[in-house]
Structure formats: C-alpha cells, structure tokens
Design a binder for this molecule. Structure first.
Ligand code: DMJ
Length: 461
C-alpha cells in the first residue's frame, strides 16, 4: 500500500510512525559495548595487517585473492585505502599503524600524475582523508598534500555556471564531463572550506559554495532538483528527483555548510530542498515510511525502487530537525536489514524485492544510526549498528579482509573480490565511535564528512 503523506502530518506528529522496537531497548542493556568496540578495533587491526602485507601503498586490496586494484586512477596507485583509514586508525588508538601510514604518505605520495580522476571521488576520499589525518595529527606535511590536491582539482570548477566538470587530469588540469548530477556538483564545501580555513586561501571555499548555489538556483518551481544536468549550459538532462544517488550528498552538504561553517545560505537552501522532499517524496508503504523517486517538476511518483545509499538520509533528516520522520525512515531500512541480514544495493518498497542483490560493503545504515545516536542516545541506534557490524562480520569477512557480496539472496552468500576504500573510513569508524565512548572524540561537537572523515571533533591528548 503506497500512500502519499503530507508534510504537516509527518512533521506535526499527527501520524503513527513505526515505534522503536522494545526489544532493542531491552537488549541494549545486556550488551557489553566496550567489548564490542574492542572487537571492531581488532578487526581493523587485522584488516590493516593484511593490507600492509599484500597491498601496501596500493589503492584497494582484493580481500579474497590478496591482490590489489587502483582507484580513482586507472593504473596508478595513490594509497587510497591507507589515506581513507588514517583518522579511523587514530580514533581507535592504533597509533603505530597511523604513524606508518604517515611515513608512507611522506615518502611516497605524489599527485603529479598524468591521469584523470573523478573530482567528486577524489575530493571526498583523498582530500577529505588528508584533512582528517591532519586534524588528527597536526602534521603540516598532510596539509601540504591536501593543498596540492585542492589546487589540482580547482580547474574543474572553471565552467560558465560554476558547476564543475566531472573529471580532471591531475597533472595537466584538463577537464571533461559536462553531463553531471547534484552529488558531483555539490559535495565539496566541508573539504574545500576547511582547506581555505587552514591555508587562508579563499578560492576553494568560493568554488564549492558557488557550485552549490548554482544548482539550487535551477530547482523547479516546487523546489525539487532532478538528478542530471549539464554543467556548462545549466540545462536539466533528467526529470527524476531522488534522495539516493546521484543526488544524496548534495543535500547532506547543504546541511553541513551550516553545521560546520554556520553558513546561513546553506541552511536556507537545505530547508527549501527538504520541505519539497518531505512534501512530495515521503510515502507510506505498509508500516514503513520511504522516500520515493518523483518527477522534479510535478512531484508525481516515478518509482518505489530505493538505492541502498539513500539509507543515510534518516541521519541527515534527524540532524536537520525532523527526528520522527527521520527515525521512521531509518527503521524502514533497519527492517530490511533484519530481513536479509545485510542490505541489498537496491530494494523495492512496494514489492519487497531486493531487485539489485549485490552488497557493496556499504556504510549508509551505520552512518544513519550513528547520527541518530549522536542526537538522542537512544539504544535502538546502537542495536542497529551492532546488527550491521555483526552481520558484516558474518557475511563479508574474507581471507585477507572484508569483501563485497555478489549475490546476497543465496546461502552461503557469494562474495566478490573487492574492498572499497570507504570501508576504511566509514563503517569501521561509525561502529567504533558508536560503541566505544572514546575520549579521542568530542561527542558533543564534531563533524564527519560524507566519507566519514572527521574534520572537527578529534581530541588530541
Ligand atoms: C561513500 O563514498 C560516500 O558516503 C558517498 O557520499 C556515497 N557513498 C559512498 C559509500 O557507499
């Protein structure tokens, strides 16, 4: 049963939303959370030892065969997983491992490569990773690399609209890729703004903010954004409004511009976008609340197919001040997790089918649970994170690390020989922060990027 829900009903509390499961509250008090955190730390240490032994300085380890693969460059390695892991190692107190990563960066990292990278992936993973490692250690060498990389990414923003091209050659600055999307246009401000703050050079902050504003200015009359646009002409290429990819982190970084820099424009843009999303996209299917894809100009429904990446959205909505709706959405995803064990890449909330039965070792539900927990400390979020962790350990653990799943419908699940860089930066950190109460993190005042990089809130002893 798919019924549209008006915004007043959702935000006004007049609706019966799926309640927090009572067993989660009861079960939570029986869990030794610090022992669980120690287990997460031990898994991180084990995975790091494997990466060190089999793929040191390479971008991504192949966790089944013990080989490696490059990303975001096609053939050249930039130590992606190592850089993504650094602040996670640091919050876990794996200081020797952090120090060896630091030594590798000092001795080997160079972005002077004649190769093309995704501006978005490089910014959130490598620039963000260097900045969070700098936040952890204060090492100026890490900031120097971040600045060098920021300079190499900037040419992508020199477009007629200010919305960046998708790809840039790290050495030549040549850019390409005008057919783009909200996430690849507007997921830069926390990293670029932090770089500006640390270097005193305002160009990075300005470029990132200008891109966000340029896209927002092109919203439809009902306040929605489609998910495809030409960055040179500003002409929309698609009609679908979605909170999943490739739009997801655009909304996240509007809120984050406000959270991290107190930018009122970002807050205003977030509020306008969110009001439209809640009004036109929130739907009820059985006991659960979802955000369906709709036409960006009419608000008419297009699809009940949800991408797993959209599971982050409950955490964002909670931060943005709609906790009941946010909790209902995260519970909808948690129910899918309870049913399948781990989340499929694609789930249809009307048919209940896992229409994309792979699992790319995704962090989004753990991300949402962590953000909810930071806000209200309700035990159910820790329980969702615990299930996420224990099931990942059960299904995704392979000989040399954690692996993606080729088909999660069959038992035993079929693994595939990939471990994405974000695994090192995201869920392992979310689990640890959720379970550990570590003094290395300021639980009251902090900021984690879309890639889980901590840009505010690390506490150096
Ligand atoms: C991460 O790289 C980031 O969270 C990004 O915003 C989208 N999702 C992937 C991990 O699934």
């Amino acid at each position: 049963m798919d019924s549209r829900i008006g915004r007043r009903g959702l935000l006004g509390g007049g609706l019966t939303l799926a309640a927090a499961p009572a067993f989660a509250q009861e079960g939570a008090s029986a869990v030794d959370w610090h022992a669980l955190a120690a287990d997460v730390r031990a898994e991180m240490r084990w995975a790091w030892a494997n990466y060190r032994a089999h793929a040191w300085g390479r971008d991504q380890i192949l966790p089944i065969s013990g080989g490696y693969e490059s990303f975001p460059l096609k053939t050249h390695h930039l130590g992606l997983s190592l850089i993504e892991a650094m602040d996670t190692l640091w919050v876990m107190g794996l200081d020797a491992e952090f120090a060896e990563a630091q030594r590798w960066v000092r001795a080997h990292l160079s972005f002077d490569v004649d190769g093309e990278v995704s501006v978005f992936e490089t910014a959130i993973r490598l620039l963000g990773g260097l900045l969070s490692a700098h936040h952890a250690s204060g090492d100026p060498m890490l900031l120097a690399h971040a600045r060098d990389l920021g300079n190499r990414l900037l040419p992508a923003f020199a477009t007629p609209t200010g919305m960046p091209h998708r790809f840039v050659n790290l050495r030549t600055g040549a850019t390409r890729g005008t057919q783009t999307n909200p996430a690849e246009i507007g997921t830069y401000l926390p990293e670029f703004g932090t770089l500006s703050r640390l270097t005193g050079d305002p160009r990075y902050h300005h470029a990132a903010k200008r891109a966000q504003v340029a896209l927002f200015a092109r919203r439809s009359t009902i306040g929605l954004l489609a998910d495809g646009i030409d960055s040179d002409t500003g002409i929309w290429l698609t009609r679908r409004a979605t909170v999943g990819p490739p739009s997801d982190s655009y909304y996240e970084y509007l809120w984050d511009g406000w959270q991290l820099f107190g930018d009122r424009d970002c807050k205003a843009m977030y509020d306008v976008c969110t009001a439209a999303i809640v009004k036109y996209q929130a739907v009820r299917a059985g006991p659960h609340t979802w955000f369906g894809d709709v036409d960006f100009e009419t608000g008419g429904p297009l699809s009940a197919q949800q991408d797993e990446l959209a599971a982050f959205y409950g955490g964002l909505l909670a931060q943005g001040g709609a906790p009941a709706l946010a909790a209902a959405y995260t519970r909808a995803w948690a129910a899918v997790q309870d049913r399948f064990g781990i989340l499929p890449e694609g789930y249809d909330y009307l048919t209940g089918e896992a229409f994309a039965p792979t699992n790319a070792l995704r962090p989004e539900l753990a991300d949402a649970a962590f953000n909810h927990w930071l806000l209200d400390r309700a035990p159910e979020w820790r329980m969702i994170g615990r299930t996420h962790y224990l099931n990942m350990k059960r299904f995704n653990r392979a000989r040399f690390g954690y692996a993606q799943i080729e088909d999660m419908r069959v038992q035993p699940m079929v693994q595939s020989d990939h471990c994405p860089g974000y695994w090192w930066s995201e869920q392992m950190k979310y689990y640890y922060l959720l379970f550990s109460d570590t003094p290395r993190f300021d639980y009251a005042r902090n900021y984690l990027s879309t890639e889980g990089n901590v840009l505010l809130g690390l506490r150096r002893a």
